[in-house]
Write a protein that binds this ligand. Sequence first.
Ligand code: IPE
Ligand code: IPE
Ligand code: MG
Length: 233
Amino acid sequence: MIDLLYKVPDHVAVIMDGNGRWAKRRGLPRVFGHKEGAKAVERTIRIANKAGVKWLSVFAFSTENWGRPEEEVNAIMSLLVEYINTKVPHLKRDNIRLRFMGRRDGLPEMILKSMDEGEKMTQDCDGMNFVVALNYSGKAEIVDAVNKIIKSGVSKIDEKDFAKYLYIPEMPEPDLLIRTSGEKRISNFMLWELAYTELYFTEVLWPDFNEEEFLKALYFYQSRERRFGKVTV
Ligand code: IPE
Ligand code: IPE
Ligand code: MG
């Protein structure tokens, strides 16, 4: 199936949604959905890498998600640490560079340590980039950029230079955004970077997301004509 791909997006961004509903449908606590969701992340990394995607970014935890019950937040944080610690050697083996974006302030020390180690261990990998948006907010990213600009003393700036102050300046803007679970909204994800991204929404809940679903999104992308405000002649 993968041979049928001819126009692979350089950057695929994913809003991984529906873990809680997946668990609820099975009469399980929400945390089971997050656990199962981690497996879907694995599958997605594998297929994206195989398809030749250069940047895969996933929304793992938003600044708004702190508003969830403490028990759920703690469980997500523990799962993230466990995930990073066990998966980093696999990423390294597959030449995948792990990076994080979001605010460090407010994240527990144990997770910051794992994040730093994971980034350091994979810093020389020059294959796919795997970006985890953690404690991330699109509005906060823009505000943080503005504050960096003010601090640097720059008094006037254009769009190209502004982008240099975002969390990962070398990250290209997403070509394709996938959101699972049927919700059709951006939920404060990459507000600047998504300006011209193709949007793909699927009813599939994140823990059920698999290779086939990822390829469906890529075929959707292949069928789109990106005009960037211009006309096709
Ligand atoms: C996405 O699934 C994971 C996070 C936001 C951390 P949800 O937990 O939002 O699942 P639903 O939307 O409640 O089903
Ligand atoms: C978006 O999902 C955030 C992540 C996937 C981490 P949410 O479930 O938090 O978003 P809303 O509440 O549906 O907008
Ligand atoms: Mg949700």
